[in-house]
Ligand binder design. Structure first.
Ligand SMILES: [Zn+2]
Length: 187
């Protein structure tokens, strides 16, 4: 992989690499943990690395659609071991309300991500993490709507696939919104 560093206008956004979305978790994504070394390899190339996490109350309408997952303060909500969390400049908590799905990192309640990025002159987001067809998708669509350039790291995401093909359809929707997809070593 190229180790070229990106300029200060670019940031890496790591979406929801948490225990409950990894094998053994309550809402496990196939390959949810195999992306971790890929993500770690990208981190040193950025001055700014931001992470989001699902951080749900125990009782949430969100859990009428999903098995309970990532309940604030529990093991399932912790970042997966092996993820290089020391590089996170900011951690965004989302889905923190009882009626709040919080799929997008731009819906985080702990920080206004859009303002935070603007305050640092960041215009380009590289996005990776879980899951392609929900939180990655909604984060990317919000980022494009807000005018950020977006590159999705195609080998550093994984899909839930409630319906087969959801991951592919999510990629098409992100590309239609103007996001670019790259693979490690081909960026
Ligand atoms: Zn959730």
């Amino acid at each position: 992989m190229s180790q070229e560093s990106f300029g200060p206008e670019s940031a890496l956004l790591v979406v929801d690499v948490q225990n409950d979305f990894c094998p053994g978790g309550t809402l496990a994504v196939d390959g949810g943990d195999t992306i971790i070394p890929v993500i770690n390899a990208w981190m040193p190339r950025f001055a700014t690395v931001v992470a989001s996490r699902d951080w749900h109350p125990a009782n949430s309408v969100h859990f009428t659609n999903w098995p309970p997952h990532c309940i604030a303060g529990t093991y399932g909500a912790q970042f997966r071991a092996g993820l290089d969390t020391e590089r996170f400049l900011l951690v965004l908590d989302k889905g923190t309300g009882n009626a709040d799905d919080g799929y997008s990192a731009f819906e985080a309640t702990s920080e206004d991500l859009e303002s935070w990025l603007h305050g640092r002159g960041i215009e380009m987001l590289y996005v990776c993490g879980l899951a392609t067809d929900y939180c990655v998708l909604q984060t990317v669509l919000d980022a494009r709507r807000l005018g950020f350039g977006v590159t999705v790291i195609g080998d550093a995401i994984a899909a839930v696939e409630v319906n087969p093909g959801d991951g592919q359809r999510a990629q098409e929707a992100m590309e239609a919104a103007g996001a670019r997809f790259v693979l490690s070593g081909q960026d």
